[in-house]
Design a protein around this ligand. Structure first.
Ligand code: SIN
Length: 291
């Protein structure tokens, strides 16, 4: 008999959708062992279908993590995310129990959209996480686009938006006194560099349209002032966050999670003050976003 809630289309792994919007939990596979071609293919298929996949109880070494991550694209560096000591392309999201500053990643965003080619995918593993608190929320950028009216979609498809990292490690972060655990040598000037992406992009894998604006990196619509842009951008940020587009991931040590950085946005839930939290991550490159 078929297990309750299972996606029956997969033969070599067990895939359980998390919500009606996106996300699936995968069982029946051990990532510390060599995957069969069929398993690897089905994991990638589940990733494309659900945009966020989690695989619980996977105690990967950094090398095993990087090898698994290669299924989702070539490894890339990011200028601002601290590295795990001893590695060039293996990063950490680390927060000490005694930190009191704003939790990084607390606004809805896609990773690093200030880059010309933001990451295609991120593979993250919980190394040492609190027993509760510190979940990560995901939202579907496909649904955020698809649920808009046809007339509004047409207007948005004519717009591009300017992105930069000013609020993360540029001038704005400096003015606001934001402490961000960026790496030595990452300059404020780097944070001011601007790049332009279409507001509505076509996902290179699925061919589906998705929204690409976020509160962390988007500054304004291209050719508009920040003041002119604010009303419409705020509307889109509220729309993106609607609960029916979301899933919520509760981390356990050794949960491995892969997210599609084009098809989704995410935010950390800052409810773990006073607790240590450490996750390791790899970042995987893809083509420049295009309309
Ligand atoms: C991130 O925003 O990239 C990290 C998310 C998290 O810490 O949960």
């Amino acid at each position: 008999m078929q297990e309750a809630g299972i996606d029956p289309d997969f033969q070599t792994i067990r895939v359980f959708p998390l919500t009606g919007a996106l996300g699936a939990e995968i069982h029946g596979v051990d990532l510390t062992q060599t995957l069969s071609n069929a398993q690897a293919q089905e994991i990638v298929e589940a990733f494309h279908r659900y945009s966020v996949i989690t695989l619980p109880d996977q105690p990967l070494s950094p090398e095993q993590h990087m090898e698994f991550g290669a299924l989702f694209g070539p490894l890339m560096d990011l200028p601002h995310i601290p590295r795990v000591p001893g590695y060039e392309l293996y990063h950490q999201v680390r927060r000490e129990a005694n930190e009191t500053t704003r939790v990084a990643g607390g606004n809805w965003h896609s990773d690093s959209t200030f880059l010309k080619s933001p990451p295609a995918a991120i593979v993250m593993r919980a190394v040492d996480v609190p027993p509760f608190g510190g979940d990560t929320l995901f939202t579907s950028s496909y649904l955020a686009y698809e649920t808009l009216s046809e007339a509004f979609k047409e207007q948005l498809e004519r717009l591009s938006a300017v992105h930069s990292a000013t609020r993360v490690f540029g001038q704005t972060a400096r003015q606001e006194g934001t402490k961000y655990t960026h790496r030595e040598g990452v300059s404020v000037e780097e944070g001011e560099k601007e790049t332009v992406h279409p507001v509505v992009c076509v996902h290179p894998g699925s061919g589906k349209k998705h929204l690409l604006v976020n509160r962390t990196y988007t500054q304004r619509f291209d050719g508009w002032t920040a003041e002119e842009s604010a009303g419409l951008l705020n509307y889109l940020y509220d729309h993106i966050s609607r609960a029916e587009f979301n899933c919520r991931i509760r981390w356990r040590n050794d949960t491995v999670l892969v997210w599609d950085n084009r098809a989704t946005m995410h935010r950390a839930v800052p409810d773990f003050m006073g607790k240590f939290r450490l996750l390791h991550r790899t970042t995987h490159s893809g083509p420049r976003p295009s309309a």
